[in-house]
Design a binder for this molecule. Structure first.
Ligand code: DX5
Ligand code: ZN
Length: 217
């Protein structure tokens, strides 16, 4: 079953607990935490005190997506909070292998994220073999509610092909503009893990469980 990771960036920040509780009883769900520093991307989002409180009330695994210039600085605080998956941006780091090693000591799952303009061929094989997640951004990171960039679909297909040929174990996660109108195509292209923000949260009157089902079907 495709894993769905609702992005809390589009949740109601004045009623976060209420919004998170609406996912109770839904399996194969991670809470996607978009962490931005105002440098790697032109936006600021969740800091450690808020994340700590989210972790106290969430029965779901926490998925940290670090859109920051210094992801290494977040290893210790995020591991103390009990984050499950730690994904950093390929473009933000010089010594990728070293960071992956450090993160693997603290997290069950470690991933890299690629901006729309970064080619999958840029990632060396020895790195791909170590990863639990490769996140393909289908918008330029920084904001929720942007339009899906169609040109990124070939990257998902290419990565899926590389995964099959080399027996890599990573999940392909897709983030940005994911909706019921493109989720089927994304799953068929190789995605196993879909992040969705505005699609799930845009209408608070809708049942989140149903919204998630429509992404999976
Ligand atoms: C964008 C974030 C996404 C974002 C997705 O930089 O990484 O997780 O919240 O939001 P939607 O689904 O609205 O594009
Ligand atoms: Zn994200």
């Amino acid at each position: 079953m495709t894993l769905i990771a609702p992005s809390l960036l589009s949740a109601d920040f004045l009623n976060l607990e209420k919004d998170i509780k609406r996912f109770d009883g839904i399996d194969n769900l991670w809470l996607h935490l978009d962490i931005m520093d105002g440098h790697f991307v032109p936006n600021l989002t969740l800091g450690t005190p808020v994340l700590k409180n989210i972790s106290k009330i969430s029965p779901h695994k926490l998925d940290a997506h670090l859109m920051v210039k210094n992801p290494e600085d977040y290893i210790e605080p995020l591991s103390q909070i009990g984050v499950h998956n730690y994904t950093f941006h390929w473009e933000a780091v010089t010594h990728h292998d070293r960071l992956i090693q450090l993160a693997k000591e603290k997290f069950d799952s470690v991933g890299i994220s690629l901006n729309p303009s970064t080619k999958v061929e840029e990632i060396p094989k020895y790195i791909l073999a170590k990863l639990d997640i490769v996140l393909i951004m289908t918008v330029n990171p920084g904001f929720g509610g942007q339009s899906f960039i169609e040109g990124c679909v070939d990257k998902i297909k290419k990565l899926d092909q590389m995964r099959k040929e080399n027996n890599y174990h990573f999940q392909i996660q897709v983030d940005g503009g994911v909706k019921n109108t493109n989720s089927k195509m994304l799953i068929e292209s190789g995605a196993n893990n879909l992040v969705a923000g505005s699609y799930i949260f845009s209408d608070p009157k809708k049942d989140y469980k149903k919204q998630i089902q429509t992404l999976r079907s």
